[in-house]
Design a protein around this ligand. Structure first.
Ligand SMILES: NC(=O)c1ccc[n+]([C@@H]2O[C@H](COP(=O)([O-])OP(=O)(O)OC[C@H]3O[C@@H](n4cnc5c(N)ncnc54)[C@H](OP(=O)(O)O)[C@@H]3O)[C@@H](O)[C@H]2O)c1
Length: 256
């Protein structure tokens, strides 16, 4: 008798997503929209008791529904490894899409002022954690369709946003994320691995991260709903020919 519940295999046509950093903001909204679409989701938090996540987990049915909660703190190699090990234990798992969304902005972070630890904190969370998480997932036998790195227009070297006072550590961490992702995509191509890697800028989104007083006008602020409903089709539209590229929520290729 097959003792593994059908839900663990996924239904025909149902996509499986893994959202890393899903407790609030853009990550939480990915989970909300994917649940509504009836996709299957593995969503990570770093605190299972986080108050802002509890309503969603109740709606999602906790560990036994289509949305399974896992723990991952991308600042900890041990936590990343435990998360990947737990995921690798799921029978017959194929991940169609992995969205590495977790990120931080401690504002302001000026290069003339920030401490060693403040700069390291941005790099550890926004660059090293996401890249190592992707690397460990790729080292499993789990087939992975696409890995999406949540980047930012602040990380573009070519379209340098000079007016962004107080964004030095943040933008450097996203630029480094972009560059490491490009290398990872090139390495995968050389290894004949057809996992697609892309970086995406979600737009200016009204989340906790964006809830800061800036000295300049921010145009086109969107809700998380608007940003995520635009990003999902962008993510789904990318093939192996797009691996190692940088996109916006509007499906425009963004300059490095
Ligand atoms: N909002 C924007 O306008 C905007 C623009 C460009 C790019 N982005 C990028 O979009 C992503 C999501 O941002 P958001 O606006 O949704 O921000 P947010 O509301 O502050 O949410 C950040 C998410 O990252 C998680 N996170 C932070 N550090 C983590 C860690 N060490 N391990 C695991 N998870 C961690 C948080 O979990 P906790 O609840 O545990 O803290 C939370 O779920 C970030 O990568 C951000 O840089 C946002």
């Amino acid at each position: 008798m097959n003792q593994i519940p059908e839900i663990l295999y996924g239904k025909t046509g149902q996509k499986t997503w893994c959202i890393v950093g899903a407790s609030r903001g853009i990550g939480l909204e990915f989970v909300r929209q994917l649940i509504a679409r009836e996709d299957r989701i593995f969503a990570t938090v770093r605190d299972t008791n986080a108050v802002h996540a509890s309503g969603l987990w109740a709606q999602a049915g906790g560990d036994h529904g289509r949305c399974q909660m896992l723990v991952c703190d991308i600042l900890s190699e041990q936590s990343i490894n435990s998360f990947v090990t737990e995921l690798a234990r799921v029978p017959n798992l194929k991940l169609d899409y992995v969205v590495i969304n977790a990120g931080v902005l401690r504002y302001p972070n000026r290069a003339t002022e920030f401490s060693f630890d403040e700069f390291a904190f941005h790099l550890h969370t926004n660059t090293i954690g996401p890249i190592i998480t992707a690397q460990r997932l790729l080292q499993t036998r789990i087939p992975i369709g696409t890995i999406v790195f949540m980047s930012s227009d602040s990380g573009s070297a070519q379209r340098f946003l000079e007016m962004e006072d107080g964004f030095a550590a943040y933008s450097a961490s996203k630029a480094a994320l972009n560059q490491a992702m490009r290398h990872m995509a090139a390495e995968l191509k050389r290894k004949d691995d057809d996992t697609i890697l892309i970086a995406i800028h979600p737009g200016e989104v009204a989340t906790d991260m964006a809830n800061i007083e800036l000295g300049w006008e921010v145009d086109g602020i969107m809700t998380p709903q608007e940003s995520v409903s635009a990003m999902i089709p962008v993510i789904e539209s990318k093939g192996i020919q797009h691996s190692g590229t940088f996109w916006t929520w509007e499906n425009k290729q963004y300059p490095w």
